[in-house]
Design a protein. Structure first.
Length: 608
């Protein structure tokens, strides 16, 4: 039985990272009856990717549905991190309202500003949920005022400014219209959604739908996900697909499903207003139009911000290539990147020099997630340091700049400001509220690459940083990204405790004893801004003379371990991260010392 559009509400939940958005969806599903009373349900059910559970963030937007009384509330859970902003932008055409989730302690943050701006520009009606009011140090009234200030800054209409505010705890499962109300359940939030969010607008005429997301099934192939804007579609229908290049071709619907709880249900037909998935396409991409009539016009797609970061992918040509990966060839890597490009509109892939692939994206974290996913799928790949995408206009070179928001311990403020100045980031505002200080700044994206990790060091892990693309501005000049040099292995073999014990005096090690290394692999860091060739595989020479303390075990200092994100932002332009299913290695692009010297000489000649 089809639900009339007047009983459908399509809503996106948007928020900054870790403000409780995904936990709130869990509670709505539970209290909306999506789970059986005796059903065991994992927390953060919407974060289905392993990486999402591990990092505690949402990476891919997802759909779910809650049936409340006779109504269907379709919920789209969207990412809060700016690197995954295209996931936010592309679902704005699927929904008719947004629920803004704000931490009662932190208030609206950088990504709150980003996603809310996109929603308000689309004319969507907001509901604000001030979360985590169970925290002893929360300030829900202050968060309320800051959200209203943000509405004013983002030029909200009068209707959007008058959004209803609710308060509650997603963890404990209650929502209230007023802070003095009874802490009972989520019913006030359900009621606010039905009252505030309008039913979907339904156009007259034949079936028409914009593809806002792409799914995949091993049984039916690519699945087009979107909101039906007009008409009705049934399983077995013959429809038309208008591709991005303007070409139109027929397709037959082989499968049609609706969302129900955290799963899907097959249905024979669906009507305008509902969010559905359709299968039966040889080729379908995000932003394309499905329609029942060949003569209909294609729908416009929401414009997304341009990519600002580029990274180079290459085939692993190291001595250990293929030892623990299944997919190692250029053809396999190309196919995987092409598949990612089709389902992720904020990533584009082009051929680079020497058989490499250039991947453009919003940020380095977005590409790091792609690389980590590929590792887990069995791929081996070399990845370069992120570099910004420059633009040239009227004879000037332009580069991307970002707005930066920091919350740092006041005693570390001097060190943080010195670090920002070295990266050509300018302070625009500061506000002290002991024991921390809030800092607003503006600077080139180049300078911010890797700074988040420096911030952790400067503040003993207590600093918080958010950043957001602002605009392309004139090139800020040369800046130094890394002040230290590296220790580079000059031999291939297995590291020995004896050799590493000798090397500890020269810097910080990235490897331990008994590990495989090869010539050109980076095994440590030295304080001087130059690379030093070392031999970490050297063994102690045996002699006939007993030495004092012979047989005493060597105690090595614990070596530095890198996450993939940290490794990618640590390396220099002449270096790669070798990512395989079992290992992360840092290495030089040219493994042999003589090759590196030759390339450096050529680079100096070219610069003159």
């Amino acid at each position: 039985m089809q639900t009339p559009s007047s009983h459908i509400r399509n809503i996106a939940i948007i928020a900054h990272v870790d403000h409780g958005k995904t936990s709130l969806v869990d509670q709505l599903l539970r209290q909306g009856g999506a789970f059986r009373a005796n059903q065991t349900v994992a927390e953060r059910v919407m974060d289905s990717m392993d990486l999402e559970r591990e990092k505690g963030i949402t990476i891919r937007s997802k759909n779910t549905s809650v049936r409340w009384h006779d109504n269907i509330v379709n919920i789209v859970d969207t990412p809060g991190h700016a690197d995954f902003g295209a996931e936010v932008e592309r679902v704005m055409r699927m929904v008719d309202g947004v629920m803004l989730v704000v931490d009662a302690y932190d208030g609206p943050q950088a990504q709150t500003r980003f996603v809310l701006k996109k929603a308000l520009q689309e004319g969507l009606k907001p509901i604000v949920f001030i979360n985590k009011i169970d925290r002893p140090d929360c300030n829900p009234e202050g968060a309320h005022d800051k959200v209203l200030e943000l509405f004013l800054e983002l030029n909200a209409t009068e209707d959007q400014f008058n959004a209803p505010f609710l308060y509650g705890s997603a963890r404990d499962g209650y929502a209230m219209r007023n802070l003095t109300d009874e802490k009972k359940d989520m019913m006030p939030l359900f009621e606010a959604i039905l009252e505030r969010i309008p039913p979907p607008r339904v156009e007259p005429g034949d079936f028409r739908m914009l593809v806002s997301n792409i799914g995949w099934s091993d049984y039916v192939g690519r699945i087009a996900v979107g909101k039906i804007l007009a008409g009705t579609v049934c399983t077995g229908d013959s429809i038309w697909v208008c591709h991005g290049d303007g070409k139109r071709e027929r397709a037959k619907i082989t499968k049609l499903f609706e969302y129900s709880g955290v799963s899907t249900e097959d249905t024979s037909s669906a009507s305008a207003g509902n969010i559905v998935g359709l299968a039966g396409f040889e080729r379908i991409d995000i932003g394309e139009t499905l329609m029942g009539n060949e003569e209909m016009e294609a729908l416009p797609f929401v414009e997304i911000d341009p990519p600002t970061i580029q990274m180079e992918f290459a085939v692993n040509d190291g001595p250990f290539a293929g030892e623990d990966g299944k997919f190692v060839t250029s053809r396999q890597i190309r196919e995987r990147l092409t598949r990612e490009e089709r389902s992720n509109i904020s990533i584009s892939v082009t051929d680079g020099p020497g058989g490499t692939f250039l991947v453009n994206a919003r940020g380095s974290m977005q590409i790091a997630v792609l690389v980590e996913t590929m590792r887990r799928e069995g791929y081996e790949v070399l990845v370069s340091r992120p570099r910004v995408i420059l633009q040239h206009k009227d004879g000037k070179t332009l580069e991307p700049f970002e707005d930066v928001w920091l919350e740092v311990p006041t005693e570390a403020l001097g060190s943080v400001m010195k670090g920002l100045a070295a990266r050509k980031v300018q302070i625009s505002a500061m506000e002290s509220h002991l024991p921390t200080t809030s800092v607003e700044a503006h600077g080139p994206t180049r300078g911010l690459i890797g700074f988040e990790f420096d911030l952790m060091t400067l503040t003993n892990g207590r600093g918080v940083m958010s950043h957001l693309f602002s605009a392309y501005e004139p090139y800020a000049g040369e800046l130094t990204s890394r002040l230290t040099g590296t220790l580079v292995s000059m031999d291939t073999g297995v590291t020995t405790a004896y050799a590493l014990d000798q090397l500890e005096a020269r810097g910080i090690l990235f490897i331990g004893a008994g590990e495989d290394v090869y010539e050109g692999m980076i095994v440590g860091e030295n304080p001087r801004a130059e690379d030093i060739p070392v031999n970490p595989t050297r063994e102690k020479q045996l002699t006939n003379v007993r030495s004092h303390g012979e047989g005493k075990g060597i105690q090595l200092t614990p070596h530095r371990k890198f996450t993939l994100e940290r490794a990618l932002e640590y390396i220099e332009p002449d270096e790669y991260v070798e990512a395989t299913p079992e290992n992360l290695r840092l290495r030089k692009k040219f493994l042999k010392l003589e090759d590196r010297k030759r390339e450096a000489k050529l680079a100096n000649i070219a610069a003159q």
